[in-house]
Design a protein around this ligand. Structure first.
Ligand SMILES: NC(=O)c1ccc[n+]([C@@H]2O[C@H](COP(=O)([O-])OP(=O)(O)OC[C@H]3O[C@@H](n4cnc5c(N)ncnc54)[C@H](O)[C@@H]3O)[C@@H](O)[C@H]2O)c1
Length: 419
């Protein structure tokens, strides 16, 4: 029998008799269900095999020498990431492009020497000429894009910088990567553009549910709207031009080198000085907290094994109300450095202030994809992470003082301009 008859043959074979005696051709439900099940299991296994092979290849590839352009490497997460790569990827060359806005602090990278493996460039991701020359001078294999205006409160009082950096800046960077990579037929290893984004693009949750990678965007602040726009641009460059991009959407980070206007370092600093501890609204807003080094490890896992075109949510599976975070910091400080001079606990400094405009109630991340596909899990529990963070701020009070009095800005002059 000619092979093209096979489907018909099987169709006949699988025909069944209905209650009123008609013979119905086609796939009977009892037979169709197991067939579909077997088919989908085979499909999943095939996909898993494909990803395993891709990941093995990428992982091997990642041991090669790479040149990585990190944008915003003097900020909180960027600096932790540069420090991690500096330890774990000794053969990689890192180019750190940072404008040194108020949030960029070169002291965050003190001890990392300029040389064969590290170069700092002071500049703006929106500077077309600078980007073009960087991509020409350095053979950049990977872009890890952290640079952003990142503080929600500042986006409410002055959104223009958020539009300029987060949207137009990201667009300019994408164009520079596209121009450099698409014309380069001599490139052996595939390049990658990793865009670091936030869970805030998904909006706000009620009491239940989680943000998954398919949750529709619903940003509520100029900050999250500008990040959502940049995510869309990155995704569009993948679909339109085939630029190999990956997006990560992470929950709230905490840890060393965080600028003391964000909740945890702000509370630490005020609590140390016996100042009021401002908490927005009723303090019941919930965030999913992740230790910053866990976030950086997740980014490394995505670089090594992530699939271009894909989005990965990153979260700590660690939801806490703001007021409980503040209480934990107070109790930890009381234990570590003693009660306030008047003998009272620091929780008495907590002051509820009028709520932030459009304050999102709850964020919670479903990180199943990154855990199942790439094997990443957070390693540091919240209690341990807070302990480590407070120890770091206690050991680095000069760093905090320099940020608070603004003298951290002199560091660039001392390091670069006065030489
Ligand atoms: N902090 C969080 O909890 C969190 C959570 C999820 C995602 N993110 C994202 O991670 C990234 C880094 O966040 P962060 O908290 O480290 O931010 P940050 O504000 O501490 O650092 C931002 C860095 O970008 C630099 N920068 C700003 N504008 C620039 C420009 N135009 N050109 C070059 N450099 C510029 C700043 O100088 C600074 O060093 C951001 O994209 C943010 O949206 C942050």
């Amino acid at each position: 029998m000619h092979p093209c008859w096979c489907p018909l043959f099987f169709r006949r074979l699988l025909s069944f008799t209905t209650e009123n005696g008609f013979v119905r051709e086609g796939w009977s439900v009892p037979l169709l269900a197991p067939a579909l099940f077997v088919h989908s299991v085979m499909r999943i296994e095939k996909d898993r095999f494909f990803f395993r092979e891709c990941n093995k290849k990428r992982q091997k590839d990642m041991d090669n020498q790479k040149t990585v352009l990190v944008t915003g490497g003097c900020g909180f997460i960027g600096a932790n990431f540069v420090r991690l790569l500096n330890q774990e990827k000794r053969s990689w060359r890192l180019i750190n492009l940072d404008k040194l806005t108020y949030a960029g602090n070169l002291q965050n990278l003190a001890g990392i020497e300029e040389g064969e493996n590290y170069r700092f460039v002071k500049g703006d991701i929106g500077d077309v000429v600078l980007l073009e020359s960087l991509f020409t001078e350095e053979r950049i294999d990977i872009v890890v894009h952290f640079a952003a205006e990142s503080h929600v409160d500042r986006s409410i009082t002055g959104p223009a910088d958020f539009i300029r950096t987060n949207i137009v800046g990201t667009f300019t960077l994408l164009e520079a990567a596209r121009n450099a990579w698409m014309d380069d037929s001599s490139r052996v290893d595939a390049p990658l553009f990793l865009h670091v984004s936030t869970d805030e693009v998904y909006g706000s949750l009620g009491e239940t549910g989680f943000f998954s990678e398919t949750t529709p965007f619903d940003p509520r602040s100029p900050y999250s709207a500008s990040k959502a726009s940049s995510d869309h641009l990155v995704s569009a460059y993948y679909h339109t031009y085939g630029l190999p991009t990956i997006i990560t959407n992470c929950s709230n980070n905490y840890g060393p080198y965080q600028f003391p206007e964000k909740l945890i370092p702000l509370i630490f600093n005020n609590a140390m000085q016996g100042k009021k501890l401002p908490v927005y609204g009723d303090g019941k807003n919930i965030r999913d907290w992740l230790y910053v080094v866990d976030h950086c490890q997740a980014i490394v896992a995505v670089l090594e094994k992530g699939r271009p075109g894909r989005r990965y949510n990153i979260g700590g599976n660690n939801e806490k109300q703001n007021k409980d975070v503040v209480r934990l910091i107070c109790d930890t400080l009381d234990r570590k450095v003693g009660l306030l001079p008047n003998g009272r606990p620091r929780t008495e400094l907590i002051t509820f202030v009028s709520d932030r405009l459009g304050h999102d109630r709850r964020y919670a991340i479903d990180a199943t994809r990154i855990s199942e596909e790439l094997g990443w899990q957070p390693a540091i529990s919240f209690e341990k992470g807070i302990e480590k963070t407070i120890d770091w701020y206690l050991d680095n009070r000069e760093w905090v003082a320099a940020v608070v009095d603004g003298s951290y800005r002199d560091y660039y002059r001392d390091m670069y301009e006065n030489r």
